[in-house]
Design a protein around this ligand. Structure first.
Ligand code: PLP
Length: 380
């Protein structure tokens, strides 16, 4: 099997599985318990918090563990919106290419009287900081712009947008679920108030995520209860997943530029091989792009059929966003970029990791070519 769906979920790293292991079976302690087993679990969480904070250039107290990227995005947006409301701020600014975890949360808040303004994207999938400057007003409660897009891998100008927000006293959140572990992230350098990260996208195990929240930036909890995570996220901690997250964060941020350069080489070879197939086009700009993201469309082919055909040939891929797979709605990202309907329907996303080999890339490209040709024959 050739696994090229790392943006949907990456395989758990060996170091992450080893870090989780003791807390799956032998150590059953609740991290809030004061006995030995409880203290052992609590210690694992302290260590994971330190590792995650170090990987992002944050302080450990600024890291709130959550259940994943969706919860982190929800917490960031709902909390910042409610905090803004206290002082009469009702505007939310985000982009039309965000993940559903952000877009659906904004729609929810709209139902409670917030005004949502969407930044558009150009044909290559980039958001403009200039447009952001026009939409960010002093009555804006929060701005949320993703660091990297999950479908086409484009990197957004978050530093510039964070600077605009800072100068206008507006809270800035970035969804870095796809960026973390693939590009260096330094919360102080970026200048964000909040950042979402998910463990299972970078070699951790499912069920853990984090929200970085700058010291001094208030968080209104979504979950109330026993007061875990400094009372901003109640609920017994998922010790195993959090311990694994710490290990995975540390691993994925080590030699990140070297790894990214190696993966980008494979990505560029794959793009070249796929664009050699007649009737193909690359979605998303080449310049500022995640090292592992390939998104190519083929005319006269349905993306879902392509994914199923590739599965039969032992290649795991996705069409559009994996979270939306099984649902044949056109991709909102390709739609926002103005991709024609035919190319929207025939889109294929292949996302690489440091574990893919040059041989796998050649084999996967051959499998795509065969599948596209076969599907075109059937529908001719
Ligand atoms: N944000 C982005 C950009 C994503 O790609 C995803 C998942 O695909 C999420 C948020 C949601 O993360 P999780 O699956 O951890 O809830």
């Amino acid at each position: 099997m050739i696994y090229l769906d790392n943006a949907a979920s990456a395989p758990a790293l060996k170091c992450a599985v080893e870090a989780a292991q003791p807390f799956l079976a032998e150590c059953c302690g609740n991290p809030s318990s004061i006995h030995t087993e409880g203290r052992r679990a609590a210690l694992a969480i302290i260590e994971a918090r330190e590792r995650c904070a170090a990987a992002l250039g944050a302080s450990p107290e600024e890291i709130i563990f959550t259940s994943g990227g969706t919860e982190s995005d929800n917490t960031a947006l709902k909390s910042a919106a409610l905090t803004g409301l206290r002082v009469g701020k009702r505007r939310i600014v985000t982009t039309n290419i965000e993940h559903a975890a952000v877009l659906r949360t904004c729609e929810f808040l709209q139902g409670f009287g917030f005004e949502v303004k969407l930044l558009g994207t150009d044909a290559d999938g980039y958001v403009s900081a200039e447009q952001a400057r026009e939409l960010i007003t002093p009555d804006t409660a929060v701005v949320s712009v993703m660091a990297a897009n999950n479908e086409v891998g484009t990197l957004q100008p978050i530093e510039e947008i964070a600077e605009i927000c800072r100068s206008r006293g507006v809270t800035f959140h970035t969804d870095a679920v796809q960026a973390a572990g693939n590009i260096p992230l330094d919360v102080r350098g970026i200048g964000c108030d909040m950042m979402s990260v998910s463990a299972h996208k970078l070699g951790g195990i499912k069920g853990a995520g984090l929200l970085y929240c700058r010291k001094g930036c208030e968080v209104i909890p979504l979950l109330h209860g026993g007061g875990q995570e400094s009372s901003v996220r109640s609920g017994t901690e998922n010790t195993a997943a959090i311990a694994a997250f710490g290990a995975a964060m540390e691993h994925s941020c080590r030699d990140i530029n070297g790894k990214a350069a190696r993966v980008a080489k494979l990505r560029d070879r794959l793009i070249q091989l796929l664009l050699d197939i007649p009737g193909s086009r690359l979605n998303g700009g080449r310049e500022r792009r995640l090292c592992g993201n390939v998104n190519v469309s083929f005319s006269g082919v349905e993306g879902e059929s392509l994914v199923l055909g590739l599965d039969l040939r032992g290649v795991c891929a996705s069409s559009g966003s994996a979270c939306a797979s099984g649902d044949v709605q056109p991709s909102h990202v390709l739609l926002a970029m103005g991709v024609t309907e035919e190319f929207q329907r025939g889109s294929l996303r292949l996302t690489l990791s440091e574990f893919n080999t040059a041989e796998e890339i050649e084999q996967a490209a051959a499998a795509v070519r065969e599948t596209v040709e076969r599907l075109r024959e059937i529908t001719r």
